[in-house]
Design a protein around this ligand. Structure first.
Ligand SMILES: [Zn+2]
Length: 419
């Protein structure tokens, strides 16, 4: 039997009996993802978002009822693993997650509900060159950086300290381009070397966001909820145990800047520039642990990974339509009291998604010369089904000019969803 035949045979075995708990190299991951897509083609889609410096594909597996394209009302979620090539636990648990989701769709109610209502994108390794160059070790090992010796989590545009003249690495550019193609709502970036859920901001220019050593975003309450959901669903993260000489993290969460300031990070970029709320999840004290630890690490994270994905349905989603019912793209949708550095805008379908905790909110929607304040509404904790509150009656207020634009009678359709 040729090596390829043997590999395919082993992969098919893996698909039937669960994925082996060991480290799979880049070629094996690629073959595994292709086999998954072949076996589950009705609800998966496999594509490469670009190539690494050494020419390895950055494969993304998409899972959902409509895997090849966005569906209006279905939020887009993503997980990214192995951005630091020597932090390998994220890569392993994402492969296990793919195994769990594909095996469970249409048989496991939790998985079926999730994939029927969410489109999930998984980039198992953002830095395959780094992984291939990495050596096993807990604290420091080769392979953190890409082939150019660059730290990919310091290479994104930074809103606080301009680094626009910095050359973007191909792996970073591929992710930036990917963000333009899908209206991502929520994501997580999986790392190792600590056990904590870290949330934006990672950086600050010492403006009003800097509060008691933290760099506080307008959506701080939401981020804390996201981080705590992960840490308390995780087997031990919420205990806040330190690794080595690291500090204790209360409830297993931390503001990124409060832990240590970081310029050019991916989570701030996602949140500030792409309106996708992102956490950095540190999954293990040891960056590259022995293979015998892998089953336990998967069990520690399994329910947390699933629970976190479900949070993409938190809050409010809706569509901005003009008087003819045509979706209005690039309309600014602001929640009063949350002054995002880059205002959230509707996507090409006029959609918006705002993750919010239960409470009362007022939205302001504006586009061109049209500006209107919508009536307040409530995100109800008890409501588990989609509640139509449409169309909202818009109040005419002296604060806001009467609309004069062709979108005079534009209206906002708001759907309140909590899970
Ligand atoms: Zn890392």
């Amino acid at each position: 039997m040729s090596n390829l035949m043997l590999l395919l045979g082993l992969l098919n075995f893996a698909l039937c009996y669960g994925l082996e708990f060991r480290y799979h190299n880049t070629t094996e991951v690629e073959e595994y993802l292709k086999a998954v897509h072949r076996n589950y083609s009705s609800f998966t889609h496999l594509h490469s978002i670009g190539k690494s410096v050494e020419g390895r594909d950055l494969w993304v597996l998409v899972l959902g009822k409509s895997p090849t394209e966005h569906t209006i009302g279905i939020p887009e979620f993503k997980y990214v693993g192995n951005m630091h090539g020597n932090e390998v636990v994220g890569r392993v648990v994402l492969l296990q997650l793919i195994d769990h989701l594909t095996q469970g769709y249409l048989s496991d109610p939790q998985v079926t509900r999730l994939l029927n209502s969410t489109r999930v994108h998984i980039l198992v390794s953002m830095n395959p060159d780094g992984f291939e160059a990495s050596t096993r070790g807990c604290v420091y090992s080769e392979g953190r950086f890409n082939k150019h010796g660059m730290d990919l989590n310091r290479n994104f545009p930074d809103a606080f300290q301009g680094n626009m003249d910095m050359a973007r690495e191909v792996e970073v550019q591929a992710v930036m381009d990917w963000l333009q193609t899908e209206p991502f709502v929520l994501s997580a970036n999986l790392h190792g070397g600590a056990v904590v859920a870290s949330y934006p901001y990672d950086n600050s220019n010492e403006g009003s966001e800097l509060q008691s050593g933290s760099s506080v975003s307008p959506d701080d309450d939401v981020f804390i909820h996201l981080a705590k959901t992960y840490s308390f669903t995780h087997k031990s993260m919420h205990n806040g145990n330190s690794c080595y000489d690291l500090k204790n993290f209360k409830d297993g969460i931390t503001n990124g800047f409060n832990w240590y300031p970081l310029k050019g990070g991916m989570q701030d970029y996602n949140y500030i520039w792409d309106q996708c709320l992102e956490l950095t999840l540190e999954l293990s004290c040891c960056k590259y642990p022995p293979e015998t630890d892998l089953p336990g690490l998967w069990e520690d994270n399994k329910q947390a990974l699933l629970a976190y994905m479900q949070l993409v349905h938190l809050g409010v989603k809706g569509q901005v339509l003009d008087s003819r019912g045509t979706p209005v793209k690039n309309a600014i949708v602001e929640v009063q009291g949350r002054n995002n550095l880059c205002p959230f805008k509707t996507d090409r379908n006029g959609e918006f998604y705002r993750l919010l905790l239960p409470g009362n909110y007022t939205f302001k929607v504006s586009e061109g010369t049209f500006s209107e304040r919508c009536t307040a509404f409530k995100v109800d904790e008890e409501s588990r089904s989609i509640t139509q509150v449409s169309p909202l009656t818009m109040t005419s207020s002296s604060t806001w000019p009467r609309p004069t634009h062709s979108h005079t009678r534009a209206c906002i359709t708001v759907t309140a969803v909590t899970t």
